[in-house]
Ligand binder design. Structure first.
Ligand SMILES: [Zn+2]
Ligand SMILES: [Zn+2]
Length: 368
């Protein structure tokens, strides 16, 4: 157990570095007060003097209630005023420090709070640069906002501003298509037979492979493990013994070593085993689109084309498109598609309409 002698400062006469063994100031004879701050100057040496070690080991000082003198733990009567120790007598505080954290000088009182004023001074943010960039950022956001507002205004203006042009119904166009489907026979194979299929043949075929373990092979491998082979003792702190001396505290850490050994294990041997299922080859009839018949014209009564269905044929999907061509007062042709035949039919050649365009030049509405 390494023991070092601490120091203390006399608050009455200002003497520095009074040896821990003294319970009163050797300069002014003032008693060592309760709560005095003991410290260890840098590179304090361990002591091996038996008498001093004895002082260190007997425990913390007790404080005389009558005169506040510090007395060694082994005396029953105050060295200064002869008042006996009672159960109300307080003991000098003992305290544990981590390595390097024991106070190195007496410039603070024993249990003083951390210097808050100094801490807040260092935590204060630097001034100047952040404020400047903050202002720049604000102008940037204001600029972007103005640009966004302007673009939105232009967009809304163009979308909602309209211009009207007079148009006359000039011509009609229509187109109608009908898909023709034929019943066709396909030869297919699958793992199941559709109900409407005609079976040609069936056979057992490989559907997939299963991985099956067919045995084991004994193999060896090297494995490592951490084994505790001892422990390591080191100084992890210092204790202020409350009597002017400090003692090193020791901690123990386990020491591990990596050990290797060879172990055997069983590795499975796999084989791919085919799994058979019944495969069907069959004929099946399906309706397929084979051709499209079409009709078109420039008159106002559209017709469906003649289908001329052959054997094993039927009508499929029907599609239709209608167009009206308006001649504008500026001499241009506006082709307007219609999906609804009945709506398309309500127009007559020579009808006058108003064509409404938006700010982007798109036809928005036709007013009769
Ligand atoms: Zn003094
Ligand atoms: Zn006393």
């Amino acid at each position: 157990m390494a023991v070092r002698e601490g120091r203390w400062d006399c608050e009455y006469c200002g003497s520095k570095g009074v040896l821990g063994r003294h319970k009163s100031c050797p300069v002014c004879t003032a008693v060592r007060p309760a709560g005095v701050k003991f410290y260890l100057p840098p590179e304090s040496e361990t002591i091996d003097d038996a008498e001093l070690l004895g002082y260190a080991q007997i425990g913390p000082d007790w404080i005389c209630e009558a005169c506040t003198n510090s007395n060694a733990a082994d005396v029953r009567i105050c060295n200064h005023c002869q008042t006996p120790r009672s159960e109300h007598s307080k003991e000098q505080q003992t305290k544990r420090y981590n390595v390097g954290e024991a106070p190195k000088s007496g410039d603070m009182t024993f249990d003083e709070e951390p210097d808050l004023a100094a801490a807040s001074l260092t935590a204060k943010p630097a001034t100047g640069t952040p404020n400047l960039s903050g202002i720049n950022q604000r102008y940037l956001f204001m600029g972007l906002g103005a640009i966004f507002f302007l673009c939105t205004a232009i967009f809304l203006f163009r979308s909602f501003s309209t211009s009207d042009i007079t148009g006359t119904v000039q011509a009609f166009e229509w187109e109608r298509q009908v898909e023709i489907e034929a019943l066709q026979t396909f030869t297919e194979e699958d793992w199941s037979l559709p109900t409407e299929a005609r079976l040609i043949s069936q056979q057992e075929a490989i559907h997939h492979f299963d991985q099956v373990i067919i045995g084991y092979e004994t193999k060896s491998r090297e494995v490592s493990e951490q084994v505790q082979v001892g422990s390591e003792t080191y100084v992890c702190g210092q204790r202020d013994l409350g009597n002017g001396f400090f003692e090193d505290e020791y901690c123990e850490d386990p020491v591990y070593e990596t050990r290797y050994r060879t172990e055997t294990y069983e590795e499975p041997i796999y084989e791919n085993v085919p799994v058979f299922q019944t495969q069907y080859i069959y004929e099946i009839d399906r309706w397929e689109a084979v051709r499209t018949v079409e009709a078109n014209g420039n008159n106002r009564s559209a017709e469906w084309p003649d289908l001329n269905l052959g054997n094993n044929e039927r009508e499929g999907e029907r599609t239709e498109q209608y167009t009206i061509i308006f001649r504008t007062s500026e001499g241009a042709d506006e082709k307007v598609p219609y999906e609804n035949y009945d709506e398309w039919r309500t127009f007559d050649e020579g009808d006058q309409v108003t064509l409404v365009y938006d700010g982007w030049g798109e036809l928005r509405e036709i007013q009769r």
